[in-house]
Design a protein around this ligand. Structure first.
Ligand SMILES: *Cc1c(COP(=O)(O)O)cnc(C)c1O
Length: 350
């Protein structure tokens, strides 16, 4: 952690914030890019920086068109609303998926959707599991309409969906006439960890998006991709939900900066998470498989451990019953990881 940064959280200066990769603050260089951004009226398509970002992400993800939105949650909610016919259509996703655990019931409220929850392995389910959940055509039953995949899995523990598994799920979806949505909040973590291009993961989906406020380190922003038709409809919902902006190039500039400068360095976060996972296992914790920047461990009393670690200057977060989560990001350097491991060691081993 850079000197003095911790003060902004009201934490001691050499505290370590592993609460989430949403905790990053824009770097000096990103702030400079933000300050110098060319801007215009985004609602009228006249913000050059937003337009450049949308084109760049559409190309990166292998889609026709893209739309800048204030948050990843809005990407998920608009996409679900567009794919689902309100009034009982069913969305199939892993039980730990973000729209289920962290979007305030949005799929029900905004899309009128039923959710069918699969029990994946670390948030990753198979084509067979999907096929087992698809309903037959039957007027008693809800209609299966959409499958949603999270790359990487968040509450699943930062696991990377293998490309083959995604392809299998997409094939099964097509066979059953389902649409397919990719929640790519941490897609670039998967790209860096697996060495697979983003478009290989994303282009087969009807909609896919990327979050800039997670490990990429921008303060605000997400970009939803799809066909020109889908994005034109998404614009109506962006407007309706109050997500249409004005001189949004101010924040889009941070996202462009992140694409240029903060993608390859995600490998550092993964290496730091690997060290954390090893260290926690050495302390006797039941650490789940770690693949990217998220480390989940099963503990008897998460609240007690979170409180004790806060006393020691290390912020970690709960991750469902009996589990805690540590997330590495660009404000956590090698020294911070070492400090966190020392604190864990003192708490758990002595
Ligand atoms: C953070 C997150 C979201 C929501 O993104 P926000 O930008 O915080 O609204 C959606 N899906 C996953 C997997 C996430 O981790």
């Amino acid at each position: 952690m850079r000197a003095g940064h911790g003060c902004q959280y009201g934490l001691p200066v050499d505290s370590v914030n592993l609460h989430s990769d949403t905790q990053t603050r824009p770097t000096r260089a990103m702030r400079r890019a933000i300050a110098e951004a060319a801007v215009g009226d985004e609602q009228r398509g006249l913000d050059p920086t937003v337009n450049a970002l949308q084109e760049r992400v559409a190309e990166l993800l292998g889609h026709e068109a893209a739309l800048f939105l204030p948050s990843g949650t809005m990407c998920n909610e608009i996409a679900l609303r567009l794919h689902v016919r309100p009034g009982g259509d069913e969305v199939i996703l892993d039980r730990s998926a973000h729209p289920i655990v962290a979007e305030a019931g949005g799929p029900a409220a905004l899309a009128g959707a039923m959710t069918r929850q699969l029990e994946g392995d670390g948030g990753v389910f198979t084509a067979e599991q999907l096929e087992g959940a698809v309903r037959p055509e039957d007027r008693y039953m809800p209609r299966s309409r959409l499958v949603s995949v999270e790359q990487t899995t968040n509450m699943g523990g930062g696991r990377v969906w293998p490309l083959e598994t995604i392809r299998g799920v997409l094939e099964a979806a097509r066979r059953h006439g389902l649409r397919a949505h990719l929640d790519g909040a941490r897609l670039m973590n998967a790209v860096v960890a697996a060495g697979v291009p983003a478009s290989d993961y994303a282009s087969g989906f009807d909609s896919a998006w990327l979050d800039f406020s997670k490990g990429l380190g921008a303060p605000v922003g997400a970009v939803l991709c799809g066909s020109r038709e889908l994005i034109a409809e998404a614009w109506r919902w962006k407007q309706m939900m109050g997500g249409a902006l004005r001189q949004a190039g101010i924040v889009a500039a941070g996202c462009l900066y992140a694409l240029d400068n903060h993608v390859e360095r995600l490998a550092d976060d993964h290496e730091h998470a690997r060290r954390l996972a090893e260290g926690l296992a050495d302390c006797g914790l039941a650490v789940h498989r770690q693949e990217t920047n998220i480390v989940i461990a099963s503990v008897e009393d998460p609240a007690a451990l979170i409180g004790a670690m806060r006393e020691r200057g290390v912020e970690i977060s709960p991750a469902g019953p009996g589990r805690v989560r540590c997330v590495t990001h660009l404000d956590v350097d090698g020294d911070a990881v070492a400090r966190a491991l020392r604190a864990f060691g003192e708490e758990l081993c002595c």
